[in-house]
Design a protein around this ligand. Structure first.
Ligand code: PEP
Length: 247
């Protein structure tokens, strides 16, 4: 298995087909197989196939932004993990705080989505993170630890699981925790994972929340930070590549 840091781009509901395929083409042309990092981009579902075409033959992987818990059925508007796999995805983000907030996704649902992802051969990127009120109340480690316990399926390993720590208050705000705070949360996540997998040391734990070229070196150097989940800065080729090259 690879232990390279993972640099994941979450495009969210941004870019149109022309802009998304152009971004994918530029990344595919710039990233070499022997890079120090692994890269995955997660476009909006309607553009997955067009982006897959641009990434064909390149080491840049494709991921979904969400999947349903079921493999198929009467779930209007949803996308299943086997469908993502069919389109060439190898990763899928589950439990992003925007989905938890906008769609009422609980830890139980997130866990079921992660299990559905694994059943389809995808690697789930399971997102956890505290709100600003929870941080202010001093409950960050308890909240994040509980989310990991309840959202992450048991028995996965470094090849089949990625966890992303994304403080809700840092997403899209330009604010980030201190490196000491990031280190404390990532170490805690690693410890909690030890009870769920014999392979906790090999599970990549990404940091996400306002990662940009100017702070990537510092954040990616923190102990137990094994890559980044990047939103806004993943929409610009130069910025996303600069972050990836900061590992
Ligand atoms: C995200 O939403 O996953 C994210 C990290 O966003 P941003 O980088 O824009 O804060």
């Amino acid at each position: 298995m690879t232990t390279r840091p993972l640099i994941a781009g979450n495009w969210k509901m941004n870019l149109d087909r022309a802009a998304g395929t152009a971004l994918a083409r530029e990344l595919a042309g710039a990233v070499a197989s022997a890079s120090a990092f692994e890269m995955v981009v997660c476009p909006p579902a309607p553009y997955l196939l067009a982006v897959a075409d641009e990434l064909a033959g390149s080491p840049v992987a494709l991921g979904g932004q969400d999947c349903h818990t079921a493999a198929s059925g009467a779930h209007t508007g949803d996308v299943s993990a086997p469908m993502l796999s069919d389109l060439g995805c190898t990763y899928v983000i589950v439990g992003h705080s925007e989905r938890r907030a906008d769609h009422g996704e609980t830890d139980t649902i997130v866990r079921a989505k992660a299990e559905a992802a694994r059943a389809a051969g995808l690697v789930p990127i399971v997102c956890v993170g505290e709100t600003e009120a929870q941080r202010d109340a001093g409950t960050t480690l308890d909240i994040v630890g509980r989310q990991v316990v309840d959202s992450v399926p048991d028995g996965l390993d470094g090849a089949t699981l990625v966890v992303a720590y994304e403080p809700v208050w840092a997403i899209g705000t330009g604010r980030t925790p201190t490196v000491d705070d990031v280190a404390a949360v990532h170490a805690h996540i690693r410890g909690v994972l030890a009870a769920k997998t014999p392979d906790a040391a090999a599970v990549r734990i990404l940091y996400g929340g306002s990662v940009k070229p100017s702070n990537a070196v510092e954040l990616l150097a923190v102990a137990n930070v094994d890559g980044a989940l990047v939103g806004g800065a993943s929409l610009k080729t130069a910025d996303f590549l600069a972050i990836a090259r900061s590992v």
